[in-house]
Design a protein around this ligand. Structure first.
Ligand code: G6P
Length: 486
């Protein structure tokens, strides 16, 4: 049966593992997109989620016809998928939007890049075709993230009757970084996105970056202007015809912010399951009556885990009074380990944590408890135990952890938050804010956070939690769907 509401995202709500005896088991996917979208879709039982098979086990599930209701996994050729996901989405687009390039060496746009870009285009086309196949007449399609930036344009070609939205869960690159892409690639990227009727970002900052990039003079064939219409920002555009002799249809793409928040009740329920209680008891036994500084991230370059550890080391050096009285609970669970740069980063995180433990640890005190397992229950237990939350990304679309910890921390927590997080726009008033690069300022903020009087901490946490829950996933999704349906 054709669907009225469809979402498309690279990662699905679950992924499969194949045991030695050939049994398939499923588990929840990681990262902010999956947690937000899964929560949103719980209230949309009719919706169809189209995602990619990410691994051999997922492909096996597709072949065996194993699936969950409301989910369709696409079995894309593994080489095409690898080039599109690792080669372009995570090595080029992710680095461009997060400004992560080590510029003396990167980026390099050569023949190998062109081959990968062709795969990225094919992979986007596969999503567009699956959506075109599954969508009812006039259906609403909500495409997610940088993996699928070309889908809106490709889908509009196939099915002009559909209402198409795209939401970006990452930042959008500043003009300088967007400008690094080869001209024709930048143009394809922007035109792919402009195929949508509506584009969503977590903050106005990222939305403005998109508008400014899309209206750059040299994005080929774009005759565009940007001005608010009915209080709505966006881009007017007309594409030059293939022979360059004129312009095609004039269209408007609205560009809006939808700052994803968390659902207080759901999160509290999750955080108080017996499994989490057990993990909490175990953590309490390890930590004793010491204060805790908590962080939970994928081991992701943009999360800035290394400078966080350096700041903790500086705290213990400059404020020796905290030695033996604080523990840094750092969860940095594995992510994107197919990429060498992520494996090296993960190794550096482990080394630095070990160095700090070596330098300051005593017989009965381990300064850093690093967990590199993807253990959701343990992460929630750490949230509950948090006295201080350390969220210091260099650049991050939103950062839901910054919103989750204040909601579940039991004694209220002081939030140390960098200016690079999208969440900074909403939480800055009650956080201790730092530049992500300034290790000394971060160390000083950690000291201030640990020293904050309990009453002030409780007050700030209350306001942080209120801001964090302003737009929970279901409302975030419905707002976009309603706007799309006009
Ligand atoms: C970010 C991206 C998501 C992605 C998640 C986890 O939040 O915006 O699209 O799913 O990271 O990354 P992964 O590569 O494991 O899907």
């Amino acid at each position: 049966m054709a669907s009225q509401v469809l979402v498309a995202a690279n990662r699905g709500p679950l992924s499969y593992a194949l045991d030695a005896d050939g049994t398939l088991s499923s588990r929840r996917g990681g990262g902010g997109l999956v947690s937000g979208l899964s929560a949103a879709l719980a209230a949309q039982p009719e919706a169809l989620w189209i995602c990619a098979a990410l691994s051999d086990a997922d492909r096996e599930a597709v072949r065996r016809g194993v699936s969950e209701p409301g989910v369709r996994m696409l079995d894309i050729d593994p080489e095409v998928y690898d080039d599109a996901y690792n080669g372009i989405a995570n090595s080029v687009l992710w680095f461009t939007h997060h400004h992560l390039y080590d510029v003396p060496r990167e980026p390099v746009f050569d023949a190998a890049f062109r081959r990968r870009w062709d795969s990225y285009t094919a992979y986007n086309q596969a999503f567009a075709e699956a959506l075109a196949e599954e969508a009812a007449e006039g259906a609403s399609v909500l495409v997610q993230d940088y993996h699928l930036a070309l889908v809106p344009g490709a889908l509009r070609e196939l099915r002009p009757d559909l209402r198409i939205a795209h939401f970006t869960h990452t930042p959008w690159a500043s003009r300088e970084f967007l400008d690094m892409l080869p001209d024709d690639i930048r143009s394809q990227l922007v035109w792919g996105m402009l195929g949508a009727d509506r584009l969503g970002f977590h903050t106005w900052g990222w939305a403005d970056n998109f508008i400014s990039g899309a209206t750059m003079d040299d994005v080929r064939g774009v005759a565009s202007a940007f001005f608010p219409r009915d209080g709505q920002s966006g881009v007017h555009h007309r594409r030059t015809t293939a022979d360059g002799s004129g312009y095609g249809e004039k269209r408007f793409t609205a560009v809006t912010q939808y700052p994803l928040g968390v659902d207080e009740e759901d999160l509290r329920t999750l955080a108080h399951r017996p499994e989490v209680d057990d993990k909490l008891a175990a953590l309490r036994a390890e930590v004793g009556d010491r204060r805790t500084i908590v962080r939970v991230d994928r081991t992701e370059l943009s999360k800035n885990v290394l400078r966080g550890l350096l700041a903790y080391r500086e705290l213990l050096t400059v404020h020796p009074e905290w030695r033996g009285r604080v523990v840094h609970l750092a969860s940095a669970y594995p992510s994107r380990q197919d990429l060498e740069v992520y494996r090296a980063y993960t190794a550096s995180v482990r080394e630095l944590a070990a160095e700090i433990n070596e330098e300051f640890g005593t017989e009965d005190w381990q300064p850093v408890l690093l967990s590199v397992q993807d253990d959701f229950a343990r992460s929630l237990a750490a949230y509950r135990l948090a006295d201080v939350a350390l969220i210091n990304p260099v650049r991050d679309g939103m950062n839901l952890v910054a919103k989750e910890i204040p909601v579940v921390s039991e004694a209220g927590c002081a939030l140390v938050l960098s200016t690079g997080a999208g969440a900074y726009e909403e939480l800055r008033g009650d956080a201790l804010t730092v530049s992500p690069y300034d290790v000394s300022a971060t160390a000083a903020a950690l000291h201030e956070a640990l020293s904050m009087p309990p009453a002030e901490r409780a007050e700030r946490t209350k306001r942080l939690a209120a801001a964090a829950t302003a737009l929970p996933p279901a409302a975030w999704f419905t707002a976009q769907l309603d706007a799309l349906r006009g």
